[in-house]
Design a protein around this ligand. Structure first.
Ligand SMILES: C[S@@+](CC[C@H](N)C(=O)[O-])C[C@H]1O[C@@H](n2cnc3c(N)ncnc32)[C@H](O)[C@@H]1O
Length: 315
């Protein structure tokens, strides 16, 4: 697997090298790949997830929301241990995938191992190009990429308009980005967002992150930022993208309750009809403050940590 080194601002590089996550990543490098994926990609909150679950889920997304658009040259921004880049490379329609990750140790120590196991055959393994780099400074030519993918990385950007402008530059005309990321509810105020960032992690979460349970650690200290759905949408459109769609992908439980029966029935309908009805019926509460609009039900996310937001944005 080829690894490229792209320019990173020295202050940012130092900050990342000293971040607890770098040491944590190194401390698990000899563990089985599935453990690395559970800890790095899923932050230890999806204990039952399997590689097959995610593969089936990606096929569903490709068929249902992307018009089978996973093809050509791909780019994953904030690729972490490369798990999703490897899955994307397994599509015969995909030529290669650039996996950009700012933490050098994660790229060098974890990515090759994860990609080799998840992508399987030698030829597929060679389709992924690891890049130690910053998603604000992509060393790729204008209009050279067919699709971009994000799994909970872009909310780390301190200036999403700048990041999206750079992503838009490298995308071909008609290309798209699909993001699974935190779209907070439009009803949240600026103060509400700040409050979320200052929430301290529980002792249990700190342990799962490889941190001592007694230290003070907040989401802000983890490099997180908060953006409402409307902030994502406005920033994408200002950056030069043409269309923006959002879906809130929710779980189905196995209970035989009346509500679950309705959800199961809805899950069998086409996306446009589901979102029409869920707009009227959605009264689930807003436990994790994610925007609930355009809700889609599927049991395919039952092993995922939470309900997730999907944004599909086309250039
Ligand atoms: C929550 S993790 C996402 C996990 C990752 N997608 C995976 O599947 O393993 C966010 C990742 O984004 C990376 N990141 C943060 N800022 C970045 C930047 N400016 N450029 C590239 N990667 C960045 C972090 O180092 C971290 O690995």
């Amino acid at each position: 697997m080829q690894i490229l080194n792209w320019k990173i601002d020295p202050v940012l590089k130092k900050e990342i090298d000293e971040h607890y996550r770098t040491d944590f990543a190194l401390s698990i490098k000899n563990e089985p790949v599935i453990n690395i994926v559970k800890k790095i990609t899923f932050d230890s909150v999806a204990p039952n997830i399997t590689i097959e679950d995610v593969k089936i889920f990606m096929d569903y997304i490709n068929e249902t929301f992307l018009d089978r658009g996973i093809k050509g040259v791909g780019l994953e921004v904030g690729g972490g241990c490369g798990f999703f880049s490897a899955l994307l490379a397994t599509y015969a329609s995909v030529e290669k995938v650039y996996s950009i990750e700012i933490c050098e140790n994660i790229v060098r120590e974890l990515m090759p191992k994860v990609i080799e196991e998840v992508a399987g055959e030698h030829k597929v393994y060679e389709k992924v190009i690891g890049c130690v780099g910053d998603f604000d400074r992509l060393e790729l030519p204008n209009a050279s990429v067919d699709f971009v993918f994000d799994f909970y990385s872009l909310h780390h950007s301190s200036d999403i308009k700048k990041t999206f402008t750079e992503i838009c530059r490298v995308l071909k005309h008609g290309g798209f980005i699909f993001c699974f990321d935190k779209t907070r509810a439009n009803s949240l105020t600026d103060e509400g967002l700040e409050k979320l960032l200052d929430t301290e992690y529980s002792s249990e979460t700190k342990i799962s992150m490889g941190l001592p349970p007694n230290i003070f650690h907040t989401r802000r200290m983890n490099g997180e930022k908060e953006y409402r759905l409307k902030d994502w949408q406005n920033s994408f459109l200002t950056a030069g993208f043409k269309t923006f769609k959002h879906y809130h992908i929710a779980r189905l439980s196995d209970t035989k309750s009346f509500t679950n029966l309705i959800k199961k029935t809805l899950s069998l309908l086409p996306v446009s009809i589901q979102t029409f009805f869920t707009k009227i019926l959605s009264r689930d509460g807003n436990k994790n403050n994610l925007e609930q609009s355009h809700k889609i039900y599927t049991k395919l996310v039952n092993n995922f940590p939470k309900e997730i937001s999907l944004m599909v944005v086309r250039k």
